[in-house]
Design a protein around this ligand. Structure first.
Ligand SMILES: Cc1cc2nc3c(=O)[nH]c(=O)nc-3n(C[C@H](O)[C@H](O)[C@H](O)COP(=O)(O)O)c2cc1C
Length: 391
């Protein structure tokens, strides 16, 4: 594990989630920063998801020996150094040259899983080869399902541990700020975008130029060969499929032998059905508030989902996780573990692997501190811990 003290000098001046966000904002073109930072429509889901953590309290307890505490858990029969995984984020490779490898290395050093997105810029095979560690593969479905099934076989051949099937992105979300600033993926080289990129020479030379020198414009290397075009080609190749249904999930269950995690579940009835279809894990998620602005906060909907799942699968959660105490709150309400999307990306944009390592160390140290304050010595004892409210 990398301790905070062992990190690069630049990272040592970053102490809070907002420090990392602002450091990322200074490095990235505005369009790219907004693409990662913001939500959808009025950004109510984004705000609601975060506020649910701010408004939840945990009751501190006194005079309990917590000196021998630890933050590790077991998931899918293996140890995780803390109850946190890095969520899949398609654009990570645009924030830092080969950003997915940097994220995976930091996750491996910390002893937690890293989720590789279908839309990664570096191929799932190269990430496995150069970073290793506990890797989960996130799958989107193309209208031609066989293209996605091919990816499942690739992930299996590369030794991925778990398959994450994302079910909450059947149509393109309405992100009007991207329409306004001209940014999209695939990127279109209009005047606004070119001017925006030119204002960030550090990013232009440190990220884009390195891809160009190493073989050309970045591409989504996991995409099927026919769709693997440069991200500036301007053609819409993103996988979206409005016809997905439960039969697709059952088919994936038959294809994938390892743990299958269904991501983007919010309705308890959907949670029950996903588990009935053979899911080993669920991620209670509104996609970080990026898709459907009327969606509830994942934390608010967690308890009924934990109830219906009734220990038949691991219930995970994401959306708004910024602190170790947020992880503790989710576990207090019955989650097995949490995932973080944006904060590791801010760490990546701020300092590559060292930045992500710093973010993960913050999560770990903060979670350990939270355990001590609430008087428990391991994450599993958080379940049902006193929240400090009279029911
Ligand atoms: C820039 C960005 C790209 C994302 N890309 C994907 C993706 O390709 N697949 C997916 O399942 N989720 C994707 N997500 C959603 C994350 O996996 C996760 O659900 C979300 O970021 C959690 O919220 P948080 O950012 O507040 O931690 C993306 C999120 C961000 C911020």
């Amino acid at each position: 594990m990398i301790s905070i003290c062992g990190l690069g000098r630049g990272m040592r001046s970053l102490h809070t989630p907002e420090d990392f966000r602002l450091a990322a904002r200074r490095r990235l073109p505005k369009g790219l920063f907004d693409f990662i930072d913001r939500g959808t429509e009025g950004e109510f889901a984004l705000d609601r998801s975060r506020r649910a953590y701010d408004e939840m309290t945990l009751m501190p307890r006194a005079l309990i020996d917590v000196s021998r505490r630890h933050v590790s858990i077991d998931l899918f029969g293996k140890k995780m150094a803390m109850p946190l995984a890095i969520a899949p984020t398609g654009a990570a490779g645009l924030l830092w040259h080969q950003g997915e490898i940097e994220l995976a290395r930091a996750a491996r050093a910390e002893g937690i899983p890293f989720s590789v997105a279908t839309g990664a810029i570096t191929s799932l095979e190269e990430i496995a080869e150069k970073a290793g560690g506990r890797l989960w593969f996130q799958l989107y479905m193309w209208p031609d399902r066989s293209l996605s099934h091919e990816l499942v076989h690739r992930a299996e051949a590369a030794g991925y541990e778990a398959l994450i099937v994302t079910v909450d992105t059947v149509v393109t979300p309405n992100r009007s700020y991207n329409a306004r600033n001209g940014f999209s993926i695939p990127m279109k080289a209009n005047r606004r975008v070119v001017a925006d990129l030119a204002r960030r020479p550090g990013w232009l030379f440190g990220v884009m130029a390195r891809y160009m020198l190493a073989g050309g414009m970045p591409r989504h290397e996991n995409y099927p060969a026919a769709l693997r075009v440069p991200i500036t080609a301007g053609v819409v190749a993103n996988p979206k499929n409005e016809t997905l249904d439960w039969a697709d999930l059952m088919q994936l269950r038959r294809l994938w032998k390892g743990p299958m995690i269904v991501k983007g579940i919010l309705h308890p009835a959907d949670a029950r059905r996903a588990v009935d279809c053979g899911a080993d894990g669920l991620i209670v998620s509104n996609h970080g508030g990026r898709n459907f602005d009327s969606a509830p906060a994942p934390l608010a909907i967690l308890p009924p989902i934990v109830d219906v799942v009734n220990n038949r699968a691991a219930v995970m959660i994401d959306g708004g996780i910024c602190r170790g105490s947020d992880i503790a709150k989710a576990l207090a309400l019955g989650a097995t573990c949490a995932l973080a999307g944006r904060l590791p990306l801010w760490g990546l944009a701020a300092g590559g692997e060292a930045g992500v390592a710093r973010v993960l160390a913050m999560f770990r140290e903060d979670l350990s501190r939270t355990l001590a304050f609430v008087g428990v010595t391991d994450p599993s004892s958080l379940r049902g811990v006193d929240r400090g409210i009279s029911e």
